[in-house]
Design a protein. Structure first.
Length: 334
């Protein structure tokens, strides 16, 4: 494991990583498919976006699809550079074996339309010094992809990941330290230490980010009410909460209380990495409420491997700790 580095660090790892900055990750890349209505439709259905600009004879692609047209899928791109793989191999060898996507930034220069042929060039833009996060310590790697449509600049996509060494939960670290001390002194563990409740050192769940745009939602949760925003201009329901309507742009809204019935629209089972406050494996579902909007939350009441798309679920509220209660959805195997 590497200590906190400065401009190069005592071991010089960051100097080696910075040599990758500016190297191409993909050269003269070409989208596997031209911009097409089928992919636009699938994207809009998944996002629940009914904007009329994305349909009809004069349709454009949703701007946030910029990256989608450059993806190589499971088979990848033949024009991929070796630099990215070499960088990852160096980080893996240094102990930073886990990876998580952290954020992306996009800049749009012109709309993409069905029939546009996509080309792109990707470069490793930056590799950060060693950073310490709640997940663990590691390096942020930013890749910039410049996208062209029909030979014209169409936009830029910056994608940032963290390559890190997972931090051990505090309870495990304490146990390891205690075991080390016991081995060094040759003394036995006391009964008190062996029988100490695990929950005493268990970290709390991460706190939700509450701001002026979603304060009303969390106020409702405290009252055991799941509130959905409703645009008072066009009547469109929306979730998650937004400062304005994504259908008509109106900033005016009121709320509708969800009845609590829903179905599993999609789901994932979380196995790794283990977050200290969670007990994997567990199921996280995209639940479609009876009102038509979708919400992401835990699926409870059934084993994680019994969750299925289309499974009926019912809203309930889970008391996580003294300060936090969350809406979750209970499924039934029947």
């Amino acid at each position: 494991m590497y200590a906190q580095e400065g401009e190069g660090g005592p071991d010089g790892l960051h100097d080696l990583l910075k040599e990758f900055e500016g190297r191409p990750a993909a050269e003269s890349g070409r989208g596997k498919d031209p911009v097409n209505p089928a992919m636009i439709r699938h994207w809009c259905e998944a996002m629940g976006d009914t904007n009329p600009a994305y349909t009809g004879a004069d349709a454009i692609a949703p701007p946030t699809m910029l990256q989608a047209w450059t993806m190589g899928g499971l088979s990848g791109h033949t024009d991929r550079s070796s630099a990215y793989d070499e960088l990852f191999a160096l980080l893996d060898a240094a102990g930073y074996t886990s990876v998580v996507a952290t954020d992306c930034e996009q800049e749009y220069l012109r709309p993409l339309r069905p029939g546009d042929e996509i080309t792109f060039h990707a470069v490793i833009e930056s590799v950060s010094p060693l950073k310490t996060t709640k997940l663990g310590s590691g390096h942020f790697v930013t890749t910039r992809t410049d996208v062209r449509a029909g030979g014209e600049p169409a936009g830029t996509h910056r994608f940032r990941i963290l390559k890190y060494a997972p931090a051990r939960p505090k309870a495990q670290a304490a146990q390891a330290a205690q075991a080390t001390g016991t081995a060094q002194t040759g003394t036995a563990q006391t009964g008190t230490a062996q029988n100490a409740p695990e929950d005493a050192a268990r970290p709390r769940r991460p706190r939700p980010v509450v701001n002026r745009d979603n304060q009303g939602f969390w106020d409702g949760v405290r009252e055991h009410r799941l509130l959905i925003q409703r645009c008072t201009g066009c009547g469109t329901l929306r979730f998650p909460w937004l400062p304005g309507c994504n259908a008509c742009g109106s900033p005016d809204w009121d709320t509708v209380e969800a009845g609590g019935a829903g179905t599993v629209f999609s789901y994932v089972v979380m196995h790794h990495p283990p977050f200290p406050a969670f007990d994997p494996p567990y199921a996280v579902g995209l639940v479609e409420l009876a009102e038509g909007v979708r919400i992401i939350s835990n699926i409870t009441g059934v084993p994680y491997d019994k969750v299925r798309i289309g499974m009926p679920v019912r809203l309930e509220f889970l008391r996580v700790d003294d300060d936090l209660e969350l809406p979750v959805f209970r499924g039934s195997e029947g």
